[in-house]
Ligand binder design. Structure first.
Ligand code: ZN
Ligand code: ZN
Length: 594
């Protein structure tokens, strides 16, 4: 009788394993979280072949006595393990207690544990305890899981490649290290060390351990709070980006979670500071009453939902954008050798970050800048922004102290303006700078619904293919909102009699055609998105291009206008407008200073 019961249990464990332990990552996760629950201060994870052959987790935690060690692998005693130090204070990890027996049912497990009073060694095969021995008394737990999935060949087939498994595990352990900067994490695969954190409680130090010196030296500390939430952590300078969002770590009360809306709020605060397909580094801890968090959305994926989510998103957006807008963000042409004492004990083991620094992949823009230039379009919109700033509704922004006065000296490759001041040498991309100025001007005019219009002497006649005209006809209200005066003229033709004053004066027809083009292509009209698109498109197509000849006074004017923008450091596509060689950089390069 009892034998049958055991069989049933083994079967039940296998079924449960399918839900819980479908990846080596989940096994690592379970074991590491047990170590954390055991209050370990050092957690060492050693893998062979990404964990498929062997996963060993060694900790110096409180350990277990003999009875608890045996109970830990019995399905009926799982409630024992559910007394977790659960930081959410809710049932976020409902599967937890079942995971150890589930893991044991699809692998061989060797456990050595000691609570300092008794030491125990267990050998478990296929979910059954084979041997119980006494062990030495060194406090802590070592658990070795070998031949994972050995008795479930089908599942083994579905395991992703070893590399992907390892990437997932590394990502997970990195994030655990960020959640618990006061614990030391060591991760090895086939004897190669992938992570070794200091565990001294300093989050920036952990960032350094994970991402390397270059990243750690370009992080900005952030903090903010409102009635519901308190946030703290680090974000990267906009010049430091990645091609995916894997370096954004979210923590709630120091526990790693995922939340799409929060990531989106972070990205929105970086809007136009970084290219659209690039992502910042961020470690954001959200402190909140667990009452406002719902983790039951998907416990194994760590996805959460927030009550009062707008309150949180506003706080994040405000905190990050205020931080960015208070900083001088001119990237240095020469990267510092970060050698101060803080970092000296560590070598940079960051492999990809350097390559990423200026790896902007916005090929579209550079392509378009290489195409043949149409001279009628190529003028910086001096006339408009120079004098009548009040008339065209462009708000005068207080001169930005983030950029000191600088004086143009000349131009390189017809594109890069060389300037200087007492701090060093600056190089400005004339197109990117003009684009930033015009983008902010157009965006401001659009979003404040500036209705000043100007009549054209000879009305513009625009004829469209009939299917496009039909779409335009349905969207005439957009033209009305923008302040255009127009009339329909026969078949598929519109006549423009007056247009908003903020359009570039030297080529209003081109601009109008581009706006109509956007209206026709825009699917679900959303005013903010539309304004953004019009502002970026006009700024990009109607500003001076690379290679356009400008004079020294033009350069001075351009610099002064750039200084007045809200974000003078990047163009609306997130590329830098300005970089610098500091005086010290130059002295170092010429070996005047060492
Ligand atoms: Zn452009
Ligand atoms: Zn641009």
């Amino acid at each position: 009788m009892s034998k049958i019961k055991v069989m049933d249990e083994a079967l039940a464990n296998k079924i449960a394993a399918g839900e819980v332990v479908e990846k080596t990552m989940n096994v690592v996760k379970e074991l590491v979280e047990n170590s954390i629950d055991a209050k370990a201060s050092i957690i060492k994870i050693e893998l062979i072949d990404s964990g498929v052959r062997e996963i060993k987790v060694i900790d110096d935690g409180i350990g277990m006595d003999r009875d608890d060690a045996i109970l830990a692998f019995s399905r009926h005693a799982t409630s024992k393990l559910k007394t977790l130090d659960d930081l959410f204070n809710i049932n976020s990890l409902g599967f937890r207690g079942e995971a150890l027996p589930s893991i044991a049912s699809v692998s061989n497990v060797y456990l050595k544990t000691s609570d300092g009073i008794t030491g125990t060694e267990l050998t478990i095969e296929g979910g059954k305890i084979k041997e119980v021995l006494s062990a030495d008394l060194k406090k802590g737990t070592t658990i070795t899981v070998t031949n994972l999935f050995y008795n479930t060949p089908v599942r083994l087939k579905y395991l992703k490649s070893l590399y992907t498994e390892l990437a997932n595990i590394t990502d997970y352990v990195n994030k655990m290290a960020l959640s618990y900067p006061n614990r030391k994490f060591i991760l090895k695969n086939n004897d190669k060390e992938l992570l070794n954190t200091s565990g001294n409680g300093d989050l920036l130090k952990t960032i350094l351990n994970i991402y390397g010196v270059v990243v750690a030296s370009k992080m900005l500390k952030i903090a903010g709070e409102n009635n519901d939430y308190k946030i703290s952590g680090y974000i990267s300078y906009p010049e430091l980006t990645k091609s995916n969002r894997s370096s954004i770590t979210l923590l709630i009360n120091n526990r790693v979670v995922k939340n799409y809306e929060v990531v989106k709020a972070i990205l929105e605060s970086f809007h136009t500071y970084i290219p659209k397909d690039r992502y910042p580094y961020a470690v954001l801890n959200i402190e909140v009453d667990p009452f406002l968090v719902d983790v039951n959305v998907h416990p194994t994926k760590m996805e959460v939902k927030f009550s009062k989510v707008d309150s949180l998103l506003n706080l994040i957006y405000e905190t990050i954008s205020n931080k960015l807008s208070a900083k001088t963000l001119i990237p240095k042409a020469i990267q510092d050798n970060v050698e101060d004492n803080y970092y000296k004990d560590l070598e940079s083991k960051d492999l990809e970050v350097n390559d990423n620094l200026y790896d902007y992949q916005n090929a579209e823009e550079s392509k378009q800048e290489k195409t043949k230039k149409n001279l009628t379009e190529i003028t910086f919109d001096f006339s408009n922004s120079a004098s009548n700033t009040k008339d065209n509704g462009h708000q005068e922004v207080e001169e930005d102290a983030r950029i000191k006065n600088m004086y143009p000296i000349g131009i390189v490759h017809g594109t890069y303006i060389i300037c200087e001041n007492e701090l060093g040498m600056f190089i400005i991309d004339q197109h990117a700078a003009a684009e930033r100025i015009n983008y902010e001007k157009y965006y401001h005019a659009l979003s404040t619904h500036s209705k000043n219009t100007i009549d054209v002497l000879i009305p513009y006649k625009i004829e469209l293919p009939s299917h496009e005209y039909l779409i335009l006809e349905q969207n005439f209200h957009i033209l009305d909102n923008l302040g255009f005066k127009y009339e329909e003229f026969g078949n598929n033709t519109i006549i423009i009699r007056s247009h908003p004053t903020w359009l570039p004066k030297y080529a209003p027809l081109e601009a109008i055609k581009k706006i109509i083009d956007i209206i026709i292509k825009e699917e679900d009209f959303d005013e903010e998105k539309f304004n953004e698109k019009v502002a970026i498109t006009l700024a990009c197509k109607m500003s001076i291009k690379a290679g356009d000849v400008i004079t020294l006074p033009d350069m001075t004017y351009l610099i002064n206008q750039l200084k007045k923008t809200k974000n003078p450091f990047t163009c609306p596509h997130g590329r830098p407008t300005i970089i610098t060689y500091t005086k010290y950089d130059l002295e170092k390069l010429f070996k005047r200073a060492m």
